[in-house]
Write a new protein. Structure first.
Length: 125
């Protein structure tokens, strides 16, 4: 089946971005179509001793890169913590947040007669 798939070459002109899309099956990455300008190429590679099996893509004459599942490997250490590193107080500044906080959760609070709020044990979420 792999050898039959390796013989298939399909070229489709796509209106998207005015680029041609080439889908190719090859056994070696070096036998995939040459990357060219205004072309997106998808090439399936199998049994290539120099490259892992999988799907490789080239866009607009750029070098091929392997497309695959993203594997989260995490980090081995951060701010002197090691092992299963998770975020802690002080790791990020307010400016580094991806979105502003929407909740202020306080363990105790009171409103004075003048309308001023006093609170303690607050966590910004």
């Amino acid at each position: 089946m792999k050898s039959l798939f390796a013989l298939v070459l399909l070229v489709v002109t796509a209106p998207l971005f005015g680029q041609a899309i080439t889908i190719d099956g090859a056994t070696l990455l070096s036998s995939c179509p040459k990357p060219t300008v205004n072309t997106v190429i998808q090439c399936s590679v199998a049994n290539d001793p120099a490259n892992p099996d999988g799907v490789y893509v080239s866009a607009n004459a750029a070098a091929y890169f392997k497309v695959g599942a993203v594997v989260a490997t995490g980090v081995s250490s951060f701010n002197t913590r090691t092992g299963a590193v998770v975020s802690a107080t002080g790791d990020y500044s307010y400016a580094q947040l991806s979105s502003p906080p929407t909740t202020l959760d306080c363990s105790t609070w009171s409103v004075a007669q003048n309308g001023h709020l006093s609170a303690s044990g607050c966590v910004i979420k």
